[in-house]
Write a protein that binds this ligand. Structure first.
Ligand code: NAD
Length: 253
């Protein structure tokens, strides 16, 4: 029970990686708040059925008013926030750089980077006010470090998440708040499975990852738990790649 009685917000926890993180944190004793654009009733029901504690607070992380209202509601209910996982994101292709629409650019930046700013700032203020030695985990990507085709907005946002993590870690260190970036590679779940389990991605993944397979949400959740637990209080401003060795691997065939 590494998060026993700790209040944790996971954004984008209604499905995919965020859902896996929410379920693992709840199993570790956290009082979970899932802040997703969509209601997370199904996840909440499952967590509660398994003996955990969770609430769904539908929120658009790109909308500052909604974020402030969600954080105020969490504080009213629990009186504190110990952990924030900024996981919500828009995934998928953005089109070729020279063809990308302004709407795509703006929306991906607003959600994937703006969401980290809004939730991070609102929660950091609450942690400072409550003198909580909190942990913030920002979900980046292998695209925080390297671009791929038709991912200009996504890569720009995820690169921003990595540097924003460092800036947050520096400014929040005097308050005992640690901030780290969790950077997954290809992760299999209900939404990604149809792509990752079909060609051409299936053979691309098996060739480009030393481990030869995509990761699982449980594997990402285990890494998120390590960062959120504060088990290593000296760890801040850094990133943890959970990518099956993909970025460690230069392959020329
Ligand atoms: P997903 O699309 O399955 O889930 C994303 C969740 O975020 C959804 O529940 C969605 O409703 C929510 N969301 C989207 N916009 C939102 C908004 N404006 N406000 C609140 N919630 C919003 O994606 P995923 O694969 O689970 O990815 C989760 C995170 O992990 C993202 O930040 C993504 O960039 C990152 N990531 C995923 C992979 C992967 O292979 N799946 C790899 C690297 C990084």
């Amino acid at each position: 029970m590494r998060l026993k009685d700790q209040v944790a917000i996971v954004t984008g926890g209604a499905r995919g990686i965020g859902r896996g993180i929410a379920q693992r944190f709840a199993a570790e004793g956290a009082q979970l708040v899932i802040a997703d654009l969509d209601p997370a009733d199904q996840v909440v029901r499952q967590i509660v059925a398994e003996g955990g504690q969770a609430l769904s607070m539908p929120t658009d992380v790109s909308d500052r008013k909604q974020v402030d209202a969600m954080v105020a509601q969490v504080l009213q209910r629990f009186g504190r926030i110990d952990v924030l996982v900024n996981n919500a994101g828009i995934t998928g292709g953005n089109g070729l750089f020279h063809e990308m629409t302004l709407d795509t650019w703006r929306r991906v930046l607003d959600v994937n980077l703006g969401g980290v700013f809004h939730c991070g700032q609102a929660v950091a203020r609450a942690m400072i006010e409550g003198k909580t030695r909190g942990r913030i985990v920002n979900v980046g990507s292998i695209n925080s470090f390297a671009a791929e085709a038709q991912a200009g907005a996504y890569a720009a946002a995820k690169g921003g998440v990595l540097l924003l993590t460092k800036a947050m870690a520096v400014d929040l260190a005097p308050y005992g708040i640690v901030v780290n970036c969790l950077a997954p590679g290809p992760i299999l779940h209900e939404k990604t499975a149809p792509q990752f389990q079909a060609e051409p991605l299936l053979s691309g993944i098996s060739k480009s990852l030393p481990l030869g397979r995509p990761g699982t949400v449980e594997e990402v959740a285990a890494a998120a738990l390590f960062l959120a637990s504060g088990e290593c209080p000296f760890l801040t401003g850094t990133s943890l790649l959970v990518d099956g060795g993909q970025l460690a691997y230069l392959r020329f065939d």
